[in-house]
Ligand binder design. Structure first.
Ligand code: ADP
Ligand code: MG
Length: 695
């Protein structure tokens, strides 16, 4: 009998104290079930147990032997504790050292038979194990002598801890009901879920691991595709209110802009406006090169919705971006009488004046404002719309398909006006991270796509340079020169220390260096994730108002930020970013008539990395870079971290084309038969739905 079930909190499992429970919670692990569904992201192959005599220097070796001797001593030079041991099997013996684990002599004693897995290296003339993982021989191993799971962790949780916990709760897998219709697993030859879950954590061999991983990837992609089909069904079953094209006003508006639209902008705007005129909801993705002016295209659509007496929402991933969109849009709308609001967690602005939340909510509900710009707050809070005709989601890869659906639903239930039929608003999503078309189609087969390749004519190509360490002073001189000419500079720092999630340390260190040593005479500000939204907002506003010459930041400036006067983007530790992300950074400059520069620094000497960074210089556009990332580093790189990219996938990757296709076909089949015929699956989908509401 198990003394726990799937919902048992981890804190009531053996050896989980308060602190550990807290750390697990940070990983989203609160129950036994969460542990089981916390998949490893890689497996280290320690499965071959070697004879000691046959060992060679290697990163991954395993032996089984008896401890002959084990002792602690202080290393003379570094005053560290060293634990030294001698281990022997029938073929020979080898020295082992561990650093700073003095307690080991209590755990491991002469005569104990152990497995050791880890790195074998030369100590002068002889081979030795350095900091190997150890495990007593006897039972089934979980840390050594097998394919060993590696989990992504935070804080100082250890692999051993989490492996141990998962091994403890593993029997609870028997309590999980397999929800995948048996006909599907049979047809596709997928292993059952219990097998898959066990094997994903502690695989017997590469083959069972591959089977398990295929099954679990399929699960995710299948649910994802089902959701897409369901929403497609809902969309096609629900009409939208057509938005009339107000040709005269639109022309006048476009003429009032300080620039001429590019041809691509015109074409995209036209495709969108034609969609809006239909009584079927638009579902379109607007992709474009960074800085190609997508916001304006979206604004043309929102403008028409507003003239038609409907409301339009623009949702941005960060407060900074929402604020910036709001300011720009108000500036463009200038003399028109269209009422606007900004709604984020910390800011509510109505027709360009600060306002109370209640007041903004009221005006949205009454239809008094037509264009509403905001963040996630728009979903989370109890906003009700009077007549939502259009939803625009900026940087849509940051929002899951689910959130998109939620906002749509909100508008539905939020409608005050009694209508004969429920309607759905039109939907436009935008992304500046070019999704290679093949990928977009295989995932979001239900979307129409418009692409803006062209940049506004007056833009000059950004000059990108990979700067050698010895040229750093020259680069700083260059920055100084640009600033003297009135321009501004961004400096981006990578997160070096994993515990420094918000980038406070990295940014502060760089900021202090620049302020105290390099540019003591210049005005420098810093921006990182720990700052309150209002503070970030203020810093961005001040930077925009040229109160600072240099802004040192984490990747928070990655998406969308628009400071036309900035002409230098200086990136530190570039090897830590994907090319698409670097391209995004670079897109923060070159947004006006000034010649702009991207100065790229790397701490790495690796040839491979310098070749990869070279592509940043040579590629013609973001699409090419995205393809490159996809090919060489996986989709996570295109979208920044995998977490911020597609949160719905724990194990599936966007390059799992084959499984995506299988999942799509299976989902299609289920939908055409009717989900009602699959009560278990339906329940699973409903549960997933509930989770969304709790998010
Ligand atoms: P992105 O496509 O990356 O979201 P934005 O919409 O932020 O780009 O536009 C970048 C900048 O270019 C903004 O300052 C915007 O006002 C400006 N812009 C947009 N369209 C044009 C155009 N046709 N000519 C010149 N500048 C433009
Ligand atoms: Mg943008």
């Amino acid at each position: 009998m198990l003394n726990f079930d799937l919902n048992t909190p981890v804190s009531s499992i053996t050896r989980v104290g308060k602190t550990t429970a807290g750390k697990l919670k940070k990983l989203g692990i609160e129950t036994v079930k969460d542990l089981i569904f916390y998949y490893p992201f890689r497996w280290q192959d320690f499965s071959v147990v070697s004879e000691i005599a046959k060992l060679e220097a290697t990163d991954a070796a395993t032996i089984k032997g008896k401890i002959q001797l084990i002792n602690n001593r202080r290393s003379f030079a570094k005053r560290k504790n060293l634990t030294e041991a001698l281990i022997a099997d029938q073929s020979g013996s080898i020295k082992v050292i561990w650093f700073n684990q003095p307690y080991l002599i209590k755990v491991l004693q002469p005569g104990d038979e152990v497995y050791l897995s880890g790195k074998v290296d030369f100590d002068r003339y002889n081979l030795q194990f350095v900091n190997p993982v150890y495990e007593k021989a006897g039972g089934e191993t979980i840390h050594t002598a097998r394919l060993v799971p590696i989990y992504s962790l935070t804080g100082n949780l250890t692999q051993k801890q989490i492996r141990f916990l998962i091994s403890v709760v593993l029997p609870a897998i028997d309590l999980i009901d397999d929800w995948l219709p048996p006909a599907i697993s049979k047809k596709l030859n997928l292993p059952d879920q219990k097998f898959a879950l066990r094997q994903i954590h502690f695989p017997q061999n590469q083959k069972t691991l591959a089977e398990a991983s295929r099954r679990l990837k399929f699960e995710e992609l299948f649910l994802f595709q089902l959701r897409i089909f369901l929403s497609k069904q809902e969309i096609s079953a629900t009409p939208a209110e057509p938005v009339k094209f107000h040709e005269e006003e639109t022309k006048k508006f476009v003429d009032s802009l300080p620039f001429k639209l590019t041809n691509d902008q015109r074409r995209a705007a036209w495709q969108i406006i034609s969609d809006l005129g239909q009584s079927r909801p638009m579902n379109r993705l607007l992709e474009g090169e960074v800085g190609s002016g997508k916001t304006l295209v979206a604004l043309l659509a929102m403008f028409n919705a507003a003239l038609d007496g409907k409301q339009a929402v623009l949702m941005a991933p960060t407060e900074i971006l929402a604020g910036q969109h709001y300011n720009n849009i108000c500036r463009f709308l200038g003399k028109t009488k269209i009422k606007t609001a900004l709604l984020t967690r910390s800011q509510q602005i109505l027709n360009q004046k600060k306002a109370g939340k209640i007041e903004v909510f009221k005006k949205i509900k009454s239809g008094g404002v037509k264009i509403i710009i905001g963040t996630h707050a728009l979903i989370q809070q109890d906003v009700k719309f009077a007549d939502l005709g259009l939803v625009v989601i900026d940087e849509q890869h940051r929002f899951g398909v689910r959130q998109r659906q939620l906002l749509k639903q909100k508008s539905d239930s939020g409608s005050d006006r009694s209508r004969p039929v429920a309607t759905l608003p039109h939907l436009l999503s935008m992304t500046a991270t070019p999704i290679p078309r093949s990928l977009a189609l295989s995932l979001y087969g239900d979307l129409d796509i418009s692409v803006i390749y062209e940049l506004p004519e007056e833009r000059k190509k950004i000059i990108t340079k990979i700067v050698e360490p010895r040229n750093r002073p020259a680069a700083y001189d260059f920055v100084r020169g640009e600033i003297k000419d009135g321009r501004q500079t961004f400096v981006i720092c990578p997160l070096i220390d994993l515990s420094d999630k918000l980038g406070v340390k990295a940014v502060t260190a760089e900021y202090e260096k620049l302020k105290d040593q390099v540019f003591p005479d210049l005005k420098i500000a810093m921006l990182h994730g720990k700052l309150k939204a209002a503070a970030k907002e203020e810093i961005m506003a001040d930077f925009l108002a040229k109160k600072y010459d240099i802004l040192v930041a984490t990747s928070v400036v990655e998406v969308g930020v628009d400071v036309a006067n900035a002409s230098v983007m200086l990136i530190e530790g570039a090897e830590r970013f994907g090319l698409s992300q670097l391209h995004q950074f670079r897109g923060r400059v070159g947004r006006s008539i000034f010649q702009s520069y991207c100065l790229v620094f790397t701490d790495s000497q690796s040839e491979k990395i310098s070749r990869r960074l070279g592509v940043l210089v040579s590629a013609k556009d973001g699409f090419e870079l995205a393809e490159y990332d996809l090919k060489f580093r996986g989709p996570g790189e295109i979208y920044g971290t995998s977490q911020s990219g597609f949160p719905e996938f724990k194990i599936a990757r966007l390059t799992d084309y084959q499984i995506i296709a299988e999942a799509k076909e299976a989902a299609q089949a289920v939908i055409s038969e009717g989900l009602d015929k699959y009560p278990v699956l339906k329940q699973k989908m409903d549960q997933a739905g509930e989770n969304i509401h709790l998010e």
